[in-house]
Design a protein around this ligand. Structure first.
Ligand code: UDP
Length: 482
């Protein structure tokens, strides 16, 4: 039927719906988990969606918002997107709460009990700009409850690796097959009830809290992942098919509508280049010390080991000895409060080696550092952002995981992707020295070759026609159709 053949009343209604659609582009509210890693990658997704012309409201907790305003250029950089809007919400905790990882369950609990009402108000009070889709971190299940109650479609984003998410999905299997809790102390016992990982996963590669008993609050939190994530309309993962394809297929049996669109930082970087925009901000919650870049400029090619344990992990004295004894050059991020109390001052026997070959900063511009030609290796805690940043730049890794997804990630780096060495659990000075020598000298060609190959695949996936490129287009189209 042509439009002028439609009865008048129906015609007007159709036109006004069409007008609304043309006047109001889709409006997506994005709510990241309030931690450095998830904030970083989720804001990159927000910017990618801004570039595609969607209207975006980024919702941050007051705590994260204050830090971002202080240390990143988020406000000035997003001001160039007319449809962008920033909203904040209290996390319900007292100002002096540390919000540290060992107490992060309290943050989640407070968000659920105290902030969910405010979250709902936010969604329902502004009728001028109705939200047409929510993208929230899947760890915050209350967002899905609210979305269902008020009838707005919701997608979940997970910023951990697909391999760890799959381990969480399989927790009920592990308990049913009595692989959890562990009986006896042998951490090298193979784990058999996680499909796709039977050949290489050991107890020590499961998230650290699996070593405790089943009443650990983390187990309770992650036990329901396999039922929680499928509740959303779709699941967005910061990974790419060439890296985690087989595991992504396993997750798809629970969540058929999956979007693998990572590595988000590199995907955004490429899109900004094609819009001839400035490079992306780092979304740092701490002040970046740029002095390490001129220091790196003065080092020989690929001679420096970059050492950083992310925003949440702590480090020890043995590691320092191993690093200095290895004779390698190093750039080390030591955050205030990340050093164990055993190190109050630099031990005199370490001062000389540190001064001669080392550079220490409190917080580095990590993406720039890993892309620098002076860097030849990365001693990392295997956080998922750090891992992807290293993969994209083709930098081989030594993994010293601390908690959560890091134990799983490091096993994949060492055993599946062959991108480095998994030091895990045994961090004495002799082992550290041995591993650094192996990565930076003895086996450097072998690791560089496999890291270069994976970096090539990572860069292809967000080129036109690549898997992450196509999945992002599909995500944008699906949001527009909502
Ligand atoms: N990061 C940074 N400078 C540093 C250390 C880390 O910019 O000195 C960034 C890093 O690039 C990454 C994020 O902080 O994007 C940390 O996320 P990740 O998932 O690696 O670890 P988490 O801190 O969540 O454990």
């Amino acid at each position: 039927m042509l439009i002028n053949q439609i009865p008048k009343q129906q015609n007007q209604a159709t036109i006004s719906v069409m007008d609304q659609k043309t006047v109001r582009p889709p409006h997506v509210l994005i709510f990241p988990l309030p931690l450095q890693g998830p904030v970083n990658s989720t804001i990159k997704l927000a910017e990618l969606l801004c570039l595609s012309g969607l209207h975006i409201t980024l919702l941050l907790t007051d705590h994260i918002h204050t830090k971002l305003l202080k240390y990143s250029n988020i406000q000035s950089r997003f001001s160039s997107y007319p449809g962008f809007h920033l909203e904040t919400i209290p996390d319900g905790l007292p100002e002096d709460h540390p919000r540290s990882i060992d107490r992060f369950i309290e943050v989640l609990e407070s968000l659920k009990t105290k902030s969910s009402i405010l979250f709902k108000d936010l969604m329902t009070t502004d009728s001028r700009r109705p939200v047409t889709c929510i993208i929230a971190d899947g760890t915050m299940g209350f967002t899905c409850d609210v979305a269902n109650e008020i009838g707005i479609p919701i997608m979940y984003i997970r910023t951990i690796s697909a391999c760890c998410l799959w381990v969480f999905f399989c927790f009920p299997n592990l308990i049913e097959s009595r692989e959890l809790p562990f009986s006896g102390n042998d951490l090298d016992t193979p784990i058999k009830s996680i499909p796709g990982m039977e050949e290489f996963l050991r107890r020590r590669d499961l998230p650290l809290f699996c070593r405790f008993n089943l009443s650990d609050p983390n187990i309770k939190t992650y036990l329901s992942e396999g039922t929680e994530n499928p509740r959303a309309h779709g699941l967005i993962l910061n990974t790419f098919d060439d890296l985690e394809g087989p595991i992504v297929s396993q997750i798809r049996t629970f969540c058929p509508n999956l979007y693998t669109i990572g590595p988000l930082h590199a995907h955004l970087k490429l899109n900004l280049e094609s819009f001839s925009s400035s490079p992306p901000s780092s979304n740092s919650l701490w002040k970046e010390d740029m002095s390490c870049i001129p220091w790196l400029d003065s080092q020989p090619s690929k001679s420096v080991l970059y050492v950083s344990f992310g925003s949440l992990a702590v480090m020890s004295k043995e590691l320092w000895y191993g690093l200095v004894n290895s004779g390698s050059r190093f750039l080390w991020v030591i955050r205030r409060h990340s050093v164990l109390s055993e190190i109050i001052e630099t031990p005199p026997e370490l001062s000389k080696g540190t001064e001669e070959r080392g550079c220490i900063v409190e917080w580095a511009p990590q993406e720039k550092v890993l892309a620098h030609g002076g860097v030849g290796g990365f001693l990392t805690h295997s956080g998922w952002n750090a891992t992807l940043e290293s993969v994209v730049e083709g930098v081989p890794m030594i993994c010293w995981p601390y908690f959560l997804d890091q134990q799983v990630n490091s096993r994949f780096v060492g055993e599946v992707w062959k991108l480095g060495l998994d030091m895990k659990d045994t961090c004495d000075r002799v082992i550290v020295e041995k591993m650094v020598r192996e990565l930076m000298e003895e086996r450097k060609e072998e690791f560089r070759k496999s890291a270069d190959e994976m970096a090539k695949l990572a860069k292809q996936c967000f080129m036109v026609g690549g898997s992450s490129y196509c999945n992002l287009q599909r995500l944008i189209n699906d949001i527009k159709a909502m």
